[in-house]
Design a protein around this ligand. Sequence first.
Ligand SMILES: [Zn+2]
Length: 296
Amino acid sequence: MRELLSLKQHILNSVGKHELSKDAAFILITRLAGIESMSEADRVMDTLAGQLQEIGAIRNYWMELTKEQRDESVRLSGMLQAEGPEITIVPDGPMGSNGYIATSEGEGIIIDPGSSFDTIWPIVQRCNASFKYIVITHGHFDHMGCMEQLKEATGALTVLHRLDLPALTQPVLNGSFLFSSTKKTTFQPIDVTVNGGEILEAGGYRYEVIHTPGHTIGSICLKVGRRLFSGDMLFADHDEHVGPITGNGFDLERSYRSLCRQMDGAFLVYPGHGSPIWVDEEAQRKYLAASSDHPA
Ligand SMILES: [Zn+2]
């Protein structure tokens, strides 16, 4: 997140101008290390501002710096309440990946249940719905997580693109081999294999499967109305996210272009990591510009 870099720079400048003590700057910089989202930084600021008065000015700077984004989230929440299935975010997978539960008329779809079963199951139960599908946007372990237990518990069918099927059994392809702490490294076969273009119906809504290779060769997005579950293809930073092994920058660029054509106007994205993003024409231009920058 670009604003976090500006914040760290501002902290250092404030020490230079004797507006902040070195001790307070050290605590701030240490606590902000490794933090990547606005909400995490908010928590650090809130906690420290309560303990150290001199941090108040830094916190004000941070609020001003991120004002535009905060206004945007208010606008987004309006969009979120607009017509469409009710969407619950479960942001607790490894690597901070998001799971989603979309329900309407007592029926629903679960997308990328990357978290532990114990985390997502009480939330699924609270939705009080029957589930038809568990859609995996791509074959990375942090998006597949507890899909088998969830399938067992809900009776829903698991869904994955044909080209990401090898990731189910190969830790190198699903990324789990990179993390020695990850116990779950292989997954059971999928119930429904898709190619893109399929329509999954649940709760009176049509969820369209769009093949968007680039992050992985078998990455898909799931479109319902003007909302899009994008997996790891689109994040708020507009950067290109090419995954290891089967990822490909040229494919990703093509996928951005065809996706923007298909969405035909602004849309709301629920990404695999981070907060929902409103992708208007300007954001679409930024994604396309970022993707055309990649080295040949
Ligand atoms: Zn991924």
